[in-house]
Design a binder for this molecule. Structure first.
Ligand code: NAD
Length: 259
């Protein structure tokens, strides 16, 4: 049994993580942490939400911390968990490069492993892989990412990672552009325009449009429910113990388990 603590357990993703861990025969939910709703039960378990990660990690000796909180909490949470001997799976997005570097240092200076994935949906990871492999055939690409209106960061971590991967094989030529309204052409991530849409009713969706003379190719992924992320989270929790150091992206784990 792998003992798991969920951080951000009162949030939308944290609640889904708690359910997925409880439902998996090889995982045990031993703790749930959040800054809000302390004392409330996690349905289907005898675990109550606690507002102190230190206390929960000390009491449970968990093997893995799963973090779906806010970008400003991630480093502190990682330090607390690593000091108590846990591996860490992070899904919280909006982590700037300095935070990713800090996670690398935290992991390398311990014997514990950290995985950060901006998207745990298997289909979204496959979309990124496909985009990376076909980008070199096209002249230009643009990304439209669409999320619910509670999402704090923009562009999404998935869009940033997709742009990073596309730009390894595609360098768009500069165009003569006049933006009559600032932002009309999106944010440029590695020179790839990214357009962020935030609306109630959406969950997490991304469309990548590639252009070449006389044709376009559109690839789209939709997460229509947060359960879409859970097979990837569970896969990461099971694999993280055997993945030394800092790992960025679920694809590194998927290729090892043969997905
Ligand atoms: P949410 O606002 O519903 O939940 C976040 C929770 O974290 C809240 O309950 C908040 O009280 C709690 N929190 C904040 N600081 C904390 C701390 N220091 N310790 C413990 N709990 C703390 O948000 P959400 O929709 O659940 O998303 C959470 C994060 O996951 C966001 O960054 C989001 O972009 C990201 N996300 C990632 C994926 C993925 O596949 N990687 C998918 C969806 C969302």
């Amino acid at each position: 049994m792998i003992k798991v603590v969920a951080s951000g357990a009162a949030g939308k993703m944290g609640m889904a993580v708690c359910r997925a861990v409880i439902e998996d025969d090889n995982l045990e939910l031993v703790g749930a942490v959040d800054k809000v709703n302390a004392g409330e039960d996690i349905n289907g378990s005898n675990i109550k939400i606690d507002d102190s990660l230190e206390r929960v990690m000390d009491e449970t000796h968990a093997d893995v911390l799963v973090d779906f909180t806010i970008a400003d909490s991630v480093i502190e949470n990682a330090e607390i968990a690593i000091k108590r001997g846990a591996h860490i799976v992070i899904g919280t997005t909006g982590l700037a490069a300095d935070k990713l570097d800090a996670l690398k240092v935290i992991s390398e200076s311990s014997q514990k492993n950290i995985l950060y994935a901006p998207n745990f949906a298997i289909g979204a990871v496959l979309l990124m892989k496909v985009c990376e492999s076909i980008a070199g055939y096209f002249d230009r690409a643009e990304i439209i990412e669409m999320h619910h209106d509670q999402k704090a960061d923009a562009p999404s971590g998935t869009a940033i990672m997709t742009a990073n991967l596309i730009s390894e094989n595609l360098t768009p030529q500069p165009m003569q552009e006049i933006e009559k309204f600032k932002g009309a052409r999106g944010a440029k991530v590695d020179d790839i325009p990214v357009h962020s849409i935030r609306l109630p009713g959406l969950v997490a969706h991304q469309e990548v449009i590639f252009g070449l003379q006389g044709q376009t190719l559109t690839i789209r992924h939709d997460s229509i429910d947060r359960v879409s992320f859970m097979p990837g989270v569970v896969m990461a929790v099971k694999a993280i113990g055997g993945k030394p150091g800092f790992t960025m992206g679920l694809d590194k784990i998927m290729s090892e388990v043969g997905v």
